[in-house]
Design a protein around this ligand. Structure first.
Ligand SMILES: *[C@@H]1O[C@H](CO)[C@@H](O)[C@H](O)[C@H]1NC(C)=O
Ligand SMILES: *[C@@H]1O[C@H](CO)[C@@H](O)[C@H](O)[C@H]1NC(C)=O
Ligand SMILES: *[C@@H]1O[C@H](CO)[C@@H](O)[C@H](O)[C@H]1NC(C)=O
Length: 448
């Protein structure tokens, strides 16, 4: 009897899977479900690079790292700053004096996004929290004199959004890193003395639910100890049950290993990928960090953003949309407007986005492009342009007498007629309301 009971127990109780530090084991971990359901996140690039606010968050590298340096950056410095100014002297000017995490979190919440990812440390090595391993090169010892990671995290979580942290593995100018690099990555001084202790500390302290890893490409994952770190993260860390990670854990890992895949920045697959993925992109098409000289024509407008979001979700991806705050701690109002616009569109159309699954067909070309998502037995056909006529022909859905067609945001059903017996339908569209995103969702019930 006891034996039977024990046997039953062993079937009923999931044995706590222990992951081993190898890709076969780590890649087998199911992605915590909140992430796929969330669909939309906000990415925030903020750091000392926001002070020069010129070119991009790669300012330091273009100015002093790459050989030869980029003349645009050199002349920007010559013209605007005293001779001999070092990059580290920008840090005291990272004041963040207007930073109000509650206001930021309100904006992120209003965008409809379900998660927020902040740069805890970009390639410049400056940490937006008091890392014990980044003495005097962090936001509490200088600049804002404030725990930016902690303060934003509290406000974001207070609005029931998930909180994630971006962390660059490499640091362009860290002497330990440069030394390891000179040794062909046969030594691990930087990883053992700086990177790993900092990363463990960051996870325990802030409990991020996304670790958005970056800056991995110069060295193999064995140099970064990535698999050892991930095994700890998934087995023993305080976020082991909820954390998700991306795929930037060493040269050759992108699109192949890790949690969800980013592949490359702004990646757009042509067809439905087999593995969960995320498109990260930026409202400012030329930079992730704030640029003081950005122009309106260089920004994505709201219909561009909604179109990109819809394609991404139809193809099974999450959409991580970036804004770059100023060194003063403000989110430029033009970015705020975009984010609130996304939220206004999702207010009506979010049913076709959140917690949906890709449908059996992802898109068809009618008089306008039609992107499909699904939830249970319901199929959503999203159009991101106004059709030229008052009817829209959809050839993919299989209809029946029970088929019901509605426009999200409008209570009464839409008249429709089959194109062929039980296949395809022509929908009579109402006057499409002018929506901020210029995209509409036709909800199809009772189709296959
Ligand atoms: C947010 O903060 C308020 C005020 O401090 C608190 O009452 C509330 O419980 C918090 N909500 C969450 C979800 O943490
Ligand atoms: C790094 O990985 C090596 C094995 O490659 C292991 O011996 C060592 O303990 C790891 N260090 C940390 C801090 O994870
Ligand atoms: C729809 O049209 C686009 C642009 O011409 C084309 O790239 C795409 O393959 C078409 N899709 C389908 C499903 O026919």
């Amino acid at each position: 009897m006891a034996a039977v009971f024990l046997l039953l127990l062993s079937f009923l109780l999931p044995t706590a899977a222990r992951y081993t530090p190898d890709w076969v084991s780590l890649d087998g971990r199911p992605l915590p479900s909140w992430y796929d359901e969330a669909k939309v996140g906000i990415f925030v690039h903020w750091g000392v690079f926001s002070v020069p606010g010129f070119g991009s968050e790669w300012f330091w590298w273009h100015w002093q790292g790459q050989q030869p340096p980029d003349p645009n950056y050199v002349s920007y410095m010559t013209k605007n700053y005293p001779p001999g100014l070092s990059y580290s002297e920008f840090a005291p000017h990272f004041h963040a004096q207007f930073f109000n995490p509650e206001e930021w979190a309100d904006i992120f919440r209003a965008s409809g996004a379900k998660y927020v990812v902040l740069t805890a440390k970009h390639h410049e090595g400056f940490t937006n929290w008091r890392s014990p391993y980044s003495w005097n090169w962090n936001s509490v010892d200088t600049g804002p004199y404030r725990d930016l990671v902690g303060d934003l995290g509290e406000a974001v979580r207070n609005r029931s959004l998930h909180y994630g942290l971006y962390n660059s593995l490499y640091e362009w100018f860290n002497p330990l890193y440069l030394d390891d690099k000179k040794n062909g990555f046969k030594t691990q001084q930087f990883v053992i003395q700086k990177l790993l202790p900092e990363l463990y500390n960051m996870v325990v302290r802030y409990r991020p639910e996304v670790i958005w890893s970056d800056g991995d490409w110069e060295a193999p994952d064995s140099y970064w100890n990535s698999t050892q770190f991930l095994a700890w993260l998934y087995n023993d860390s305080p976020v082991k049950d909820t954390v998700v990670t991306n795929d930037r854990w060493g040269a050759g890992c992108a699109c192949k290993h890790g949690g969800y895949y980013n592949c490359e920045d702004k990646y757009s697959p042509g067809q439905l990928p087999k593995h969960k993925w995320e498109k990260c992109t930026s409202v400012d098409t030329l930079s992730w960090g704030y640029r003081r000289n950005m122009k309106l024509k260089e920004l994505m407008d709201l219909p561009d953003i909604i179109d990109d979001l819809v394609r991404t979700v139809a193809l099974g991806g999450n959409y991580l949309l970036n804004v770059g705050p100023t060194a003063d701690g403000t989110i430029p109002p033009v970015f705020e407007e975009r984010l609130r616009g996304v939220g206004a569109w999702l207010e009506t159309n979010g049913e076709a986005i959140f917690a949906t699954k890709p449908w059996r067909v992802q898109m068809e070309n009618s008089t306008v492009s039609v992107w499909y998502t699904s939830k249970g037995a319901t199929v959503y056909a999203i159009i991101t342009a106004r059709p030229p006529t008052t009817t829209l022909k959809l050839l993919i859905p299989k209809t029946s007498a029970a088929t019901k067609v509605t426009l999200l945001g409008r209570p009464s059903p839409l008249p429709w007629a089959p194109v062929y017996p039980n296949a395809g339908l022509t929908v009579l569209l109402p006057d499409l309301p002018s929506t901020p995103g210029q995209a509409w969702t036709i909800k199809l019930d009772g189709v296959q």
